[in-house]
Every structure is written in structure tokens, then in C-alpha cells.
Design a protein around this ligand. Structure first.
Ligand SMILES: *Cc1c(COP(=O)(O)O)cnc(C)c1O
Length: 478
């Protein structure tokens, strides 16, 4: 291989591609059989040294051999999210079919900023968003965009909220062209909301915290006081955010009550359903998101509970036309009377200019695997979490932080005779031991000043027996 053109040789690609798929298929079989560590833990220095920036000037004489050796090392040394004992952050164990779609997306590189650069992906995005809006029970006319993650999605939704409710043209005039704005946000909200309001130039007061109850759910009876306190502070409140569910505990805020409050005060109602909007897919649990259909905007990550690889986030608007207002150069009223806005040039409505063919993986999996696999993944993981919570309650040497609303379970090991401070230190040590040994991957969180172990049961391969082994491993490590 000597000239750049040789790097496009279709036969080399065919052979290497087959080989890499074989490598991943073997890896999938091994990890789902629980072979090897979940995370082959190593400090950053090890990987810095292991993957140095020493690049040859000439191509390798053995492209196939060298590429497969390098990529096999990457697979082995990475975090194995298909391992049934991965019970950590809210990141999916992706469907192999979805990963292949990402591969095709990379290969075709249809950037999607304008329709002509990604015609199929643009149409799929439009249709998949319509399907998601119907799953949530949103009315006819709902629509939105796909974007790169819940953090970008929440910013997009709040930009549209600002355009609709600020009462002045902040897009052109800047944040100081009117009274300082704020949104009411539960104390337990994801940090990206406070980041979004700072990005918009509203400073620290851009978020007005709303207290939560003992179950870490927004207290609707505190909303009036939060609104009044924001106004006393000289702020103009434009929106209320509810989490479905919140990141740390998975608690679902009472959406109906927040919707009522927003209606009464003419505030924008935004639901951060990055994790939990998928609950609407489950006939058994969809009642937990009742009221989401009344939201002005919803963020929904398909790379969390919908088994998709990162990133694919839906930002849905009750009135689909609102999605033109997040990044509008002119206020929405100027568009009225314009019969046809170019919905198919997606970049008009997203933070991204170029983006990957995001809808391809979700559309293809829905089409080929059907919708039940997604409903079952949600129902199965919520059921598993409830059985795990029962097990923890019955165990005697474990304590459950709160009854789980979804597939996030927070708990701690409580051997007798330890002080609260010692218990905190124990949880930190237990987690570090299990994670660095590679037995399990779980995380921790702080609730009401105390340290808790935190698990997200997001991998459909995780069983009751795995969780029983987790408790045993924690006891032994203690
Ligand atoms: C995960 C999460 C986010 C952030 O989403 P990303 O896709 O990781 O950017 C925001 N809000 C909630 C409630 C989440 O669970």
C-alpha cells in the first residue's frame, strides 16, 4: 500500500470488515457469558503509554494484521457494557444491529445539515420523531429534532422556551435586553440545566431551585413559593422543569401537578425525560409519566433505556413549529403567515451543523426488531429493580435509600457497629474494590449528605442471580 488511493481498496475493506465483525461477535459472546472483567481497570498513565502518538510516515506493510491487532487491544482494554455485571451509569448495552447502523452512518457520512446531504436520514428522523411523540401521547402537530445528547437537548428546549416566554428578543438583543430570566428547576435536576441557563447568560440566578420531598420528588406545593422568591429576586420566571426521572435516584417528579401549575401561570413546561421518557413504552409502568403529553417540550435519550449507542436524543415540542425558534435569527411572530418552513433542512433547528445519521439506528431497529423488544427492556429492568429492592430490604445488612421508581437503585451495605462516617467510607471503599477488580461496575452518589452505592439496571442480560452475587461480593469485600 503506497498511495492514498490504496487506503480505499474495497477488497482490503471487505476482509478487514469481516474480521472486525468476527472479533466483536466473539467479544459479545464472551462478555454476555460473564467471561473477563467488566472494566479492565487501569490508571490513565497506562493507556497514555499504551497508545502513544508515534505514527509512521509510511503505511504498514500489513494493514489487515496491524489494524486488527490494534483494534483488538482497544476492545479488550475498554469498558464492557454488554457484561451483565455492568450496573453503573445510565449508558446502554447497545443492540449490535444499532452499532452496525452507526458503522453505515460513518461510512456514508451523510451530514444532514441540509436535506440534500442526508435525504434518507432526514426523512427517518422526521418519522421516528413523530412515532416518539405519539408514544408519549403528544397531540397531532408535535415534532422536533434529534441532537447530540440530553445536555444539548435541554439547552435546545430552553432556548425555544426563552423565545416563547421572555417577552423580549433575547436572541438578537442579548440576555440583558430585558429583565433577567430564570427557570424553576427541582434541586435534584441534572447539572446540565444550570449549565444551559449559564450558557444563555443568565448567571447563577438563572435557575431557581424547587425543593424535593423525602422521596426526592419535586414538591408541587413548593412551586408557588419558588415562583414568588424568583420574582422577589427581580427575576422573570419563564418555565418549570420536571425530571422524569432524576439522575441520582431515578425519582419521577409529579408531572400532572407541574403541568397544572404551568397552565395556571402561563409558564413553559419542560420535562427532562433524558433517562425516563422511555417509560412510556412500557404498558406496566407508563402511568409513571402521565402528564408528559402536556409538556411544551420533552428531552428523551434513546441511548439510555432504548438500547441505542450514543448519541441519539430527541427534543420534542408539543407544537412542532416551536423547534424553529430555538436557534431562530428572528422572533417567531415574523414567520407567521409563512405557509412552509423548510423543516427538512434540519440544521436550522439544531445546535449541530453537520451531524451523523442519527435516526438510522433507531428507525432500523424499530423496523426490524419491532417495538416489543423496547417495551420489554423497560418493563424487565423496572421489574428487576423492584425485586432487587425487596431483596435489599429483606437482607438485614443492607439499606435501601428509597423505593425505586425506575431501574435506578440506591443502597448501602450496613454491617453492624459502624458510625455514619465509617459507613460512608465503607461504601467508597467497597465500590472502588469491586470496580478495580472488574467484578462489577457500579457507581455511588451522595443523598442527604450520606454516601450510597448506586446501580442502574440497564443491561437486559443482568439477572437476579447477578445482583445476588453483587451483594455477596460486597459482603466479602467488607
Ligand atoms: C443523562 C441525563 C442527562 C444528560 O444527558 P446526556 O445524553 O448524557 O447529555 C440530562 N438529564 C437527565 C435527567 C439525565 O438522566
Amino acid at each position: 500500500m503506497q498511495r492514498p488511493m490504496d487506503a480505499y481498496d474495497s477488497e482490503t475493506f471487505r476482509r478487514l470488515g469481516h474480521h472486525l465483525v468476527d472479533t466483536l461477535a466473539d467479544h459479545l459472546a464472551r462478555t454476555t457469558r460473564r467471561e473477563g472483567p467488566v472494566l479492565p481497570w487501569a490508571p490513565p498513565e497506562t493507556h497514555i503509554a499504551g497508545f502513544p502518538a508515534e505514527f509512521p510516515e509510511e503505511p504498514s506493510a500489513d494493514v489487515l494484521g496491524q489494524a486488527s491487532a490494534l483494534l483488538s487491544r482497544v476492545v479488550d482494554a475498554s469498558h464492557h457494557l454488554h457484561h451483565p455485571r455492568y450496573v453503573g451509569h445510565q449508558v446502554s448495552s447497545p443492540l449490535p444491529l444499532a452499532a452496525l447502523c452507526d458503522f453505515i452512518s460513518s461510512f456514508l457520512n451523510n451530514g444532514m445539515a441540509v436535506y440534500e446531504m442526508g435525504p434518507v436520514a432526514t426523512a427517518m428522523e422526521h418519522n421516528v420523531l413523530g412515532w416518539m411523540a405519539r408514544v408519549l401521547g403528544m397531540p397531532e402537530g408535535a415534532g422536533g429534532v434529534l441532537t447530540s445528547g440530553g445536555s444539548a437537548g435541554n439547552l435546545t428546549a430552553l432556548l425555544a422556551a426563552r423565545q416563547a416566554k421572555a417577552g423580549f428578543d433575547a436572541w438578537n438583543g442579548g440576555a440583558s435586553a430585558g429583565p433577567p430570566l430564570t427557570v424553576l428547576v427541582p434541586e435534584t435536576a441534572h447539572y446540565c440545566l444550570a449549565r444551559a441557563t449559564r450558557v444563555m447568560g443568565w448567571g447563577a440566578g438563572g435557575v431557581t431551585p424547587v425543593p424535593v420531598d423525602a422521596h426526592y420528588r419535586l414538591r408541587p406545593e413548593s412551586l408557588e413559593e419558588a415562583l414568588a422568591s424568583a420574582r422577589r429576586a427581580g427575576r422573570h420566571p419563564i418555565a418549570v422543569v420536571a425530571s422524569a426521572g432524576s439522575t441520582s435516584t431515578g425519582a419521577f417528579d409529579p408531572l400532572e401537578a407541574v403541568a397544572d401549575f404551568c397552565e395556571k401561570h402561563a409558564l413553559w413546561f419542560h420535562v427532562d425525560g433524558a433517562h425516563g421518557a422511555s417509560t412510556a413504552l412500557s404498558p406496566r409502568y407508563r402511568h409513571q409519566v402521565k402528564g408528559i403529553e402536556r409538556a411544551d417540550s420533552v428531552v428523551w435519550d434513546a441511548h439510555k433505556m432504548m438500547l441505542m449507542p450514543a448519541l441519539i436524543t430527541a427534543v420534542l415540542f408539543r407544537e412542532g413549529q416551536r423547534s424553529f425558534e430555538a436557534f431562530a435569527q428572528e422572533a417567531s411572530y415574523l414567520f407567521h403567515g409563512e405557509a412552509h418552513r423548510p423543516w427538512n433542512d434540519v440544521a436550522l433547528r439544531t445546535l449541530e451543523c453537520t451531524k451523523e445519521m442519527m435516526a438510522l439506528k433507531l428507525y432500523t431497529c424499530l423496523k426490524v426488531l419491532g417495538t416489543r423488544v423496547f417495551a420489554d427492556a423497560v418493563t424487565g429492568s423496572f421489574d428487576l429493580a423492584r425485586r432487587f429492592a425487596e431483596r435489599l430490604t429483606a437482607a438485614g445488612d443492607f439499606e435501601l435509600a428509597l423505593w425505586p421508581d425506575c431501574n435506578i437503585v440506591c443502597f448501602r451495605h450496613t454491617p453492624r457497629g459502624l458510625s455514619e462516617t465509617e459507613l460512608d467510607a465503607l461504601q467508597v471503599r467497597l465500590r472502588d474494590t469491586l470496580v478495580t477488580r472488574g467484578d462489577f461496575y457500579l457507581v455511588r452518589t451522595t443523598l442527604a449528605g450520606r454516601v450510597w452505592l448506586r446501580t442502574t439496571l440497564i443491561n437486559p442480560h443482568t439477572t437476579d442471580a447477578d445482583l445476588e452475587s453483587l451483594l455477596e461480593a460486597l459482603r466479602r469485600a467488607a
